[in-house]
Design a binder for this molecule. Sequence first.
Ligand SMILES: NC(=O)c1ccc[n+]([C@@H]2O[C@H](COP(=O)([O-])OP(=O)(O)OC[C@H]3O[C@@H](n4cnc5c(N)ncnc54)[C@H](OP(=O)(O)O)[C@@H]3O)[C@@H](O)[C@H]2O)c1
Length: 194
Amino acid sequence: MNILLTGHTRWIWKYLFDRLKHQYNIVGLSRQNGFDLTKKSTFDKILSFVWAKKFDGIILNAWVGYFWKFESIELEKYEEIINLNLLANIRILKVLQFNIYSKTKIIFIGSIIGKKFLKYGAVYQASKFGLRWLAWWLKAEWKKVFIVNPKIVDTDFHWDLQINPNWAKTSLDDIWNTIENILLWKEKRFEIDL
Ligand SMILES: NC(=O)c1ccc[n+]([C@@H]2O[C@H](COP(=O)([O-])OP(=O)(O)OC[C@H]3O[C@@H](n4cnc5c(N)ncnc54)[C@H](OP(=O)(O)O)[C@@H]3O)[C@@H](O)[C@H]2O)c1
C-alpha cells in the first residue's frame, strides 16, 4: 500500500510514521525533506516527486498553531495557519487528484478544537473548523473521506497555553489504532472523535 503523509517529522506523526513505514510504502512531506507546504511552488514539486503513484491513503496532518489574544499575533502568522492547515490540503488534493483512485482513503487530522471552544486560538480554531467542512463535503463526493479529531495529545504545542491539566487526552495508541482501522477498512465512521 502507498501512503502519503504530510507533517511526518514530529510528535504524533513521527511516532505513527515509524510504525507505518514497516507495513506501507510511505511518502512523507514536510519542510525537513524540502516540502514547505505554505509555498505555492512546492505543489508542482510534489507532483513530480510522486509522479503516477496511486495512493491507498492520503493523511493530511501538517499544521501550525499560534495561540494568544487575537490582537497580539501578527497577520502573517494567521496567514501561515490558514495556508498550512487549510489551503495546503486543498492544494495537495488538487495536484494529486489523478493519484487518487477508487480505493484511496483520505484522512484529515482535525482536532476537537474544530468543535469546541478554545481560549486564545481563534484562527487555529477557524482552520480546523474549515477543515471539518471541507472533509464533510468531499465525503459527499468521494465517499472514502475521514476526519480524526484528537483531544489533547502529550506534545509540545500547548506547553505555553493555559490548558487545564484535567482536560481529557488522547493517546498515541488511540490515534494509531484509528488510522490502522481506516486503512484496513475496519472503520466505517466519517468523523472519529478520539
Ligand atoms: N498535539 C495535540 O495535542 C493535538 C491535539 C489535537 C489535534 N492535533 C492535530 O494533530 C496533528 C499533528 O499534531 P502534532 O502535535 O504532532 O504536530 P507537530 O509536532 O507540531 O508537527 C507538525 C508537523 O507539521 C510539519 N510542518 C510544519 N510546518 C510545515 C510547513 N510549512 N510545511 C510542511 N510541513 C510543515 C512539521 O514538519 P517540519 O517542521 O519538518 O516541516 C511537523 O512534522 C495536527 O494536525 C494537529 O492539529 C494535535
